[in-house]
Design a protein around this ligand. Sequence first.
Ligand code: GLN
Length: 454
Amino acid sequence: TEACLAAIDGASALNAFAHRTPEIAMERARAADQRIKAGDAPDLCGIPLGIKDLFCTEGVESQAASHILHDFKPEYESTVSAQLRDAGAVMLGKLNMDEFAMGSSNETSTYGPVVNPWKIDDRSLTPGGSSGGSAAAVAADLCLGATGTDTGGSIRQPAAFTGITGLKPTYGRCSRWGIIAFASSLDQAGPMARDVRDCAIMARAMCGHDPKDSTSADLPVPDFEAMLTGDIRGKTIGIPREYRMDGMPDEIEALWAEGRAMLADAGAKIVDISLPHTKYALPAYYVIAPAEASSNLARYDGVRYGHRARLAQGDGIVEMYEKTRAEGFGAEVKRRVMVGTYVLSAGFYDAYYNRARKVRTLIKRDFEEAFAAGVDAILTPATPSPAFGLGEMTDADPVQMYLNDVFTVTVNLAGLPGIAVPTGLDRQGLPLGLQLIGRPWDEGDLLNTAYALE
Ligand code: GLN
């Protein structure tokens, strides 16, 4: 814990941690020492972790990287961070992220952008987003693991950009209670760590039923670590043809082929499959996610939490809402609230929101059919490119940024587990990752297949 705290101080240029909690960390580390001495050490006893700022942590700033939650210190602890604490983990602090987890580059944060520890020449690269602080902190050895959340790829894309491993469990595996909501039907917490084994250990502590989240599944959580045998003989791996995109760098094509060969060498059967509705996933996601966000973010009104705008003589409650929200939210969040409000409005609800929900059902069905035909896991690239430069995409049309999520959003729309595994470097020496998508609730099997890819 002391070494991590010192590393965090030494790496402030990365801007990975938004709030450090050294007192809490040292107190928990000492308690962990006691438990180890007493011979009662749980799985994560004394393991220093970072917690994404989206998780409410008791008495500690939890702002979702937004100015509107300035100085918000919840009186409660999210279920997932409480479970990690109870498993002995030490919280080092809160990790930077995109504002309300909206973004793919960690540039929408009120704390400023996170810098990817990987560099080429002197170009500063994005660590990806929205869990960019989590990814950078793990990649730079500032902590041994971190929590992330994934609504459309925010665990897997930053993991791929920084050469670490990130697991998005099945929707409902981890409780959403106490995690600041973005798009409730898509949001899912998961571990980000150096390798598959560390993700398996963290996932066991993070998953589990929680009566405080009505969408949390009442299913036993297996010992994921014990399931890592590396034996995938007889497994069927599907390669979806729709993920072969025009203009995808040949290095990513090559990496994907290499991944197929590795799994085949390990005894898996590789089959071509079709997920025909893939091309509608991105547009459906960018209707559904903003719709849910616009509804979730209605609660930030200047009354209940965080920031309240300074009012002028004669201002009433409407002016207070307007000024607070105008000052408190950043540009990307405002864009999503406007898009979401539009697609939910009476005149457009059927044309956009309802249609997107139907498309979502078709996407889910594509996966169900593949699994019913005997596919155990699906292998795809994690991202269509390696990490791009900070600022490179922000001036462009926002849709350019959204395109980065093309391989990850399908998994959230279908509620499936997905994992990004670092599998190679591009010509410039930047990390690239592959994604494996598994059957619902079968994270153990998915982790084991990912283990064979390491
Ligand atoms: N990049 C996607 C978005 O901006 C996904 C974000 C996420 O998974 N939290 O919505």
